[in-house]
Design a protein around this ligand. Structure first.
Ligand code: HEM
Length: 150
């Protein structure tokens, strides 16, 4: 693909940088949740009273600024939004990576620019890292070049 064609391709709303940042931040949110959740659950070893107090605190925290169970709902919504962002960005990045490798032509916004010779296979572990530089200049030979759209 010529550099002009690449310049003219429509820029995606969520760039790869944004997607990867979303992946990293939401991943950190999940990790933090699991840690905090584990410490909360460890209260079970302090006895039923402590555990019940903790459960009650979770529901009444920051009242009256937050309504009853307000904190729990904030956490639930944050986790749900994180899950949506994490999955969406993972899917976008996965699809773009496939397009870049020329495995699928995609929606036209991400023109394939890498080609391995026909039938050549790479392992999933090697794909992101073991991409030889000369591959970037490899002439397009995939389904598009052969006149097939997919
Ligand atoms: C040994 C492991 C675990 C135990 C004993 C445990 C126990 C509990 C308990 C007792 C609650 C209710 C808290 C309350 O409302 O008072 C809860 C809620 C929750 N747990 Fe766990 N949990 C465990 C692991 C996990 C893991 C690994 C995740 C996810 C990564 C998770 C996600 C959640 C979520 C999202 C809620 C909130 C549900 C809601 O009320 O909306 N838990 N867990």
């Amino acid at each position: 693909m010529s550099s002009t064609a690449r310049t003219n391709a429509r820029r995606p709303l969520l760039s790869n940088f944004v997607c990867k940042t979303v992946m990293a931040v939401t991943g950190l949110i999940f990790s933090a949740f699991v840690l905090v959740h584990m410490f909360g659950n460890l209260k079970v070893f302090l006895g039923a009273g402590h555990f019940n107090d903790y459960a009650q605190w979770l529901r009444e925290a920051f009242e009256p600024v937050l309504p009853y169970e307000g904190l729990l709902w904030v956490l639930r919504l944050a986790l749900l939004a994180s899950l949506a962002g994490h999955v969406t960005c993972a899917a976008l990045l996965w699809r773009r990576a496939r397009c870049e490798r020329g495995l699928r032509s995609g929606d036209g916004r991400h023109e394939p620019r890498l080609r391995k010779s026909h039938g050549e296979l790479s392992t999933p572990a090697g794909r992101p890292f073991l991409r030889p530089r000369h591959d970037r200049a490899w002439p397009a030979r995939g389904p598009r070049a052969l006149g097939r759209s997919h």
